[in-house]
Design a protein around this ligand. Structure first.
Ligand code: PDD
Length: 287
């Protein structure tokens, strides 16, 4: 059976699934999205992803396409239809289809699109061996707290990373401080064993994985602080890593031309990564 996508109440073969040419997601990137990971049939941190989706929709005054309960059921149904027990579900909601005009149209029906993908998360090379990252100016707007599909600056930065043979780019503000990755949150571990990541009030995305890692760090009695750090601080840090639903805890072993430590994933990062894997696999995330 081929891959099936969901578009506005219809299930169709992935390659045929389409939205209208005047969908505002297509014309203005007027939409929001979520990516949730499924491990052994369980969606990790599902409630936090749905909370954030509801918040993104509300901040942009987009009508929710359906109730939360129905959305949850549709996500699970699509995963089941595609036989995905280990993978991800992508949800996108746009304001809907309307004649092209920049201002938000009244009474428009939102478009809901969902796709799934099979991924063997826990055996990904980058996650196990770590990645190189590059740093690049943050070209984004002032509402990065909204998980909008308007991702062009992120795409430019990620392309730069790929071309440099790196796994991710960390974006840097005008003060020389790291904001976040193109599709992940950025963390360092200082030489006095403190975890540092930027506060979510600082125009970055409130990562669901970031939130869970903070809870786990507390439980492990690791100290952490939410504050900006410079690129120089990151390069001289003891360890560094990125976090996201799909990259879990990915060790950073090199920043631009600077190799961190001995160029292998650090011990703190590995401990936290191990604890996070356990959290995902043991279905604690269902609670
Ligand atoms: N990206 N920051 C940005 C800019 C992101 O796009 C993401 C997630 C994160 C981490 O958020 P979370 O822990 O909730 O996944 C931080 C998803 C995975 C993506 O765009 O594919």
């Amino acid at each position: 059976m081929g891959r099936i996508a969901y578009v506005d109440g219809r299930y169709s073969p992935h390659q045929d699934a389409a939205v209208h040419v005047e969908d505002r997601g297509f014309q203005f990137s007027d939409g929001v999205y979520e990516v949730a990971v499924c491990i052994d049939g369980t969606l990790v941190d599902l409630n936090s992803h749905l909370d954030r989706l509801e918040r993104s929709l509300s901040e942009l005054e987009i009508t929710p396409p359906t109730t939360r309960k129905v959305l949850e059921m549709l996500m699970k149904q699509l995963l089941a239809r595609n036989g995905v027990r280990d993978g991800l579900v992508y949800i996108q909601v746009t304001r809907g289809t309307a004649p092209r005009d920049h201002a938000f149209p009244a009474n428009v029906k939102p478009t809901l699109v969902m796709t799934t993908k099979r991924v063997d998360h826990l055996h990904q090379k980058n996650i196990l061996e770590g990645v190189k990252i590059v740093t690049t100016p943050d070209l984004r707007w002032a509402r990065c707290d909204i998980k909008s599909v308007s991702l062009l600056p992120n795409c430019i930065a990620k392309t730069e990373a790929r071309r440099a043979g790196a796994g991710e780019a960390w974006m840097v503000d005008s003060d020389g401080c790291v904001t976040e990755g193109t599709s992940s949150n950025a963390w360092i571990v200082t030489h006095n064993d403190k975890l540092l990541t930027r506060a979510t009030t600082d125009n970055i995305l409130r990562g669901v994985t970031r939130g869970t890692l903070m809870d786990l760090a507390k439980e492990m009695s690791l100290t952490f602080e939410e504050r900006p750090f410079t690129v120089e601080e990151a390069k001289s840090a003891r360890e560094a890593f990125s976090s996201s639903a799909t990259s879990f805890v990915t060790p950073v072993v090199q920043i631009d031309n600077t190799v961190l430590g001995n160029g292998a994933p650090g011990l703190f990062t590995e401990r936290l990564q191990g604890r996070y894997f356990k959290y995902c696999v043991n279905k604690e995330s269902e609670l």
